[in-house]
Design a protein around this ligand. Structure first.
Ligand code: ATP
Length: 427
């Protein structure tokens, strides 16, 4: 009820960013006709005006309410399980994806990412558990009634249709009024910056342009959430980089909740608000890209995301979230993520190759002396393989001005406490 009037807000919300105006569709109770309202962004709170009826209705509400009741839908997954031929593929997966969040599912091949995404879309029926879009349970609802937008690695566009016709296709299927179809298709093409090519045939487009059309086609139905399955894997390296930022821009400007499956860690770290790392049907860790990269909670996550050096040791002291660890290559202070750790626990240190600082004469805690075994120069960085006791450690030197000479040269290096992560030892 708005100001005592019998209006109910639908999850139908568009952002017209060029004019900085947003339109909302409100549906009166007991009526099939949707009344159109216009939302003007002036100051907080927002002001809502009825624009398609002669009378003017004004309602003020806080902006957070606009986002939530409009297109942004949280996706909640509770205890989702799935087996194929008796083999568990999803094992009691719990996830809460916030409204408007770009959420990545990352993990090795076969860990169940696509099965989870297909379950959210409705193409795979879980054996147990529940899926919610906002407050609505959708676990048993067929895919076409869930109103999700899908984007795959194969663009699956109709080659005989123009760009505009491809984008409009989903709206025709949904029996949207003809007058609205053109407007909405053009709006979606504008969002992906393809309006100038709307009359082109699909085979007259580059791979990147085709992927933009695929994104517009997913957006045009105003989905409750956008599901992306390796959408960039068919593009060359340069286009992938360009499309990474495009996908993030479009999702954020449209206020979409997006769930994205990829193998590509760089893609995940550069686009995601949050990432879930999966392993054999389970979620091993969920966090922001920075948390996942800098504070992995297990050897599995540290190893899967980026490169790292593992050094086993025993905790000898603990204080203020830091531990002193005795290892075969010296004593190190590092950060602990698990408050249950105690003195005497066997642990594994994770030290990223770029954390080491070459420093002649370095000695004492958090420093090593080793012999340089191999140098690889890559322009923006040099990679060194350094033998230290029984360990072979990898160092990255960013923007090297000169190279450490190969051979039996002694290397001294240090690492900051904040760059050493103390992980529980895994057998
Ligand atoms: P990738 O990154 O290689 O695409 P993924 O993490 O997306 O892998 P899924 O596609 O979800 O993994 O598959 C998980 C496991 O379930 C795999 O072992 C796969 O072979 C199996 N699987 C998936 N779909 C089916 C199916 N329809 N019937 C039988 N097994 C299946």
């Amino acid at each position: 009820m708005l100001n005592g009037l019998p209006f109910r807000m639908l999850a139908n919300y568009t952002g017209d960013l060029r004019s900085q105006r947003r339109r909302l569709f409100l549906k009166p109770f007991h009526s099939r006709s949707a009344a159109r309202f216009q939302l003007k962004r002036r100051q907080h709170p927002y002001e809502l005006r009825l624009v398609e009826k002669p009378s003017t209705f004004v309602w003020n509400f806080p902006p957070a309410q606009v986002g939530f009741t409009a297109r942004m839908t949280p996706v909640i997954i509770k205890q989702l399980s799935k087996q194929f031929d008796g083999t568990p593929v999803l094992n009691r997966v719990d996830l809460q994806i916030e409204a408007g969040e770009i959420f990545f599912l990352l993990g090795p091949s076969g860990c169940g990412k696509t099965t989870l995404l297909r379950s959210i879309a409705g193409f795979c029926a879980p054996d147990a558990g529940e899926i919610y879009f906002g407050n609505e349970e959708v676990t048993r609802i067929p895919p076409h009634q869930r109103n999700t937008g899908m984007m795959f690695q194969s663009y699956a566009l109709w080659p005989h249709m123009t760009v505009l016709e491809n984008v409009a296709f989903g709206l025709k299927e949904r029996k949207i009024a003809k007058a609205e179809i053109g407007n909405r298709a053009r709006e979606a093409l504008a969002a992906v910056r393809m309006e100038a090519l709307s009359e082109r045939k699909i085979n007259e487009l580059s791979g990147g342009q085709q992927q933009r059309v695929a994104l517009a086609r997913a957006l045009v139905i105003r989905p409750r959430c956008l599901l992306l399955d390796e959408p960039l894997s068919n593009l060359d390296a340069k286009l992938r980089l360009e499309m990474r930022s495009e996908i993030r821009r479009v999702c954020k400007e449209s206020g979409l909740t997006a769930i994205y499956v990829t193998h590509d860690q760089k893609e995940a770290l550069s686009i995601a608000d949050r990432v879930a790392v999966m392993d054999r049907g389970c979620i091993r860790q969920t966090g922001t890209p920075l948390e996942i990269y800098r504070r992995p909670q297990s050897k599995f996550v540290a190893d899967f995301i980026g490169e790292t050096n593992f050094v086993d040791g025993i905790i000898t002291a603990l204080a203020d979230g830091k531990a002193r660890v005795s290892t075969g290559i010296g004593d190190f202070y590092g950060m602990i993520g698990d408050s249950r750790m105690k003195s005497g626990d066997p642990v594994t240190l994770s030290i990223r190759p770029e954390s080491w600082k070459l420093q002649p004469g370095a000695a004492g805690e958090n420093s090593i002396r080793g012999h340089l075994e191999e140098t690889v120069y890559l322009g923006e960085m040099a990679q060194y393989q350094v033998v230290c006791g029984s360990h072979s450690l990898k160092f990255f030197e960013i923007n090297p001005r000169s190279l450490a000479t190969e051979g039996a040269r002694e290397i001294h290096a240090t690492v900051a406490v904040e760059d050493v992560t103390v992980l529980p030892r895994e057998s």
